[in-house]
Design a protein around this ligand. Structure first.
Ligand code: SF4
Length: 342
């Protein structure tokens, strides 16, 4: 793998609730807060977390389907977060997206061949012969027969529709595909076929993936590195093997412990955490995980933990498991007073 293809720096997205007329402060949904990571060419970075943790908002921010509140998204040193619509068009070729529900993301009135060639025809005129040749080539690439190019999405199975979605994403030769819960709507056997197809494509053409999923077994199968998100922030970023063998952040530990274990010889780590994910409108102070964390200390209720690099190359945001030596180990006098008062 070479240097970073994509670099995300301090990405933040707040959604204001209402116009705030006559109100002094407008409540905001803090969907994504201070998220930073990079993706190398040919790498698969998985983003995991419970529903509402902000992982799909990160995907939309990377595709610039929504504008960030702050932060940078760099491709080849160009910040696409600030580009104007006409400048953005060229960069969109580099990144494509595969969605969770293949049926609703495919135009039901177009044939498979038209769906695949449509993105290319937005850029250049193709003759009938070129269109057919391109559709046949891309269908073959995703393991489908070129004879299916005249079929409508309604005439295809769920797995075939997802293959078609991948073929469409490949049409513009992107460097990176963002797959948002791309296999969650499929049967387990079809899931495996699609995951193997993605792995094959990566080996053949060196494409990078950002794979967003709530399913840890899928992530373990496909990821090189994993970013674990909780309430809009990355709490642990590690190589896939290291994360599953030895989760460091208490939330990662709980997620892995809560995941179904298909291997009866594998021992569960400890009981999963209790309680619901708090609202992103009014997140808990300090570490947002503190109301659910069995290891919380006073400082956790005050300071937001920073992602701290660890000796094995991972980064963890936790005052207890990865203390940040740039900050005082004990809460300040003022903070201690406010805690005692609260
Ligand atoms: Fe738990 Fe504190 Fe670590 Fe947050 S910072 S995960 S509350 S120990």
């Amino acid at each position: 793998m070479s240097g970073p293809l994509l670099k995300v720096e301090n990405l933040t997205k707040h959604y204001p609730l209402g116009a705030g007329f006559l109100k002094k402060t407008i409540p905001v949904v803090r969907a994504v807060a201070d998220v930073s990571f990079s993706v190398a060419a040919g790498e698969t970075l998985c983003i995991v977390g419970e529903s509402g943790c902000g992982k799909s908002t990160v995907a939309r921010l990377l595709m610039r389907l929504v504008k960030p509140t702050s932060g940078r998204v760099l491709i080849d040193e160009t910040d696409i977060a600030v580009l104007k619509a006409h400048e953005l068009r060229a960069w969109r070729r580099r990144m494509q997206m595969v969605f969770q529900d293949p049926y609703s993301s495919l135009n039901p009135r177009l044939t498979a061949g038209q769906i695949i060639t449509e993105p290319v025809e937005n850029w250049e005129r193709l003759s009938r012969k070129q269109r057919k040749a391109l559709a046949a080539e891309l269908l073959r690439k995703v393991g489908m027969s070129p004879q299916m190019m005249d079929r409508l999405p309604s005439e295809l199975s769920g797995g075939q529709r997802q293959r078609l979605g991948i073929a469409r994403a490949l049409a513009l030769n992107p460097s990176l595909i963002i797959a948002d819960e791309a296999v969650s709507a499929l049967d387990v056997s079809v899931q495996a076929q699609i995951l193997n197809l993605l792995l094959d494509l990566q080996q053949q053409i060196g494409i990078a993936f950002i794979f967003i999923s709530h399913d840890l077994s899928v992530v373990e199968h496909i990821g090189h590195r994993v970013a674990v998100m909780y309430l809009g922030r990355i709490v642990e970023l590690a190589a896939c093997e290291a994360l599953f063998a030895n989760p460091v952040h208490p939330y990662t530990e709980a997620l892995i412990a809560a995941a179904p274990v298909p291997d009866p010889t594998r021992v569960r780590l400890e009981a999963p955490v209790q309680g619901e994910v708090p609202s992103p409108i009014n997140p808990p102070s300090g570490c947002a995980f503190h109301p659910r964390c069995p290891h919380a200390v006073n400082r956790c209720r005050i300071d937001v933990p920073r992602l701290v690099p660890m000796a094995d190359g991972r980064a963890v945001a936790c005052h207890v498991r990865a203390p940040d030596t740039d900050f005082p180990a004990q809460p300040s006098a003022t903070a201690t007073r406010s805690l005692t008062a609260g």
